[in-house]
Design a protein around this ligand. Sequence first.
Ligand SMILES: [Zn+2]
Ligand SMILES: [Zn+2]
Length: 136
Amino acid sequence: MEHNPDEHNLKCPKCHHGMEVVVHDEIEIDRCTNCKGLWFDDDEAHRMRQIEKSELVDHGDPVEGWKFDSREDIDCPHCGKRMHKSYDAKQQHIWYEVCHEHGMFMDAGEFTDLKDESVLDWFRSLIKGNRDIVAP
Ligand SMILES: [Zn+2]
Ligand SMILES: [Zn+2]
């Protein structure tokens, strides 16, 4: 949906369509109506990660998301400053854009990936801890 200031809080930094507000467990995030990328203010991504079923907000098609992943030169939808590419310390294949003053932008599927992996990591640590019991 084309960005309309009356309807949308934010303009998607990647594809410049309008972003709609999505609420999950009292945390409000913005989701692009076109590429389904997600905008998280400040520490919202971190808070969202701890919440059960929060990956439901990330309902975009990851394949569509990847198309936008390669786009460079993303400006913060709040201040218009160039955003920095960053990656998750534990999962270095997940790249997202960060404005240190306002928040971060993730492509469709990235938040789910981030969340899934923490479950996997947890399983790994479990298996590691029981190395004697679990066959190689
Ligand atoms: Zn978009
Ligand atoms: Zn900013």
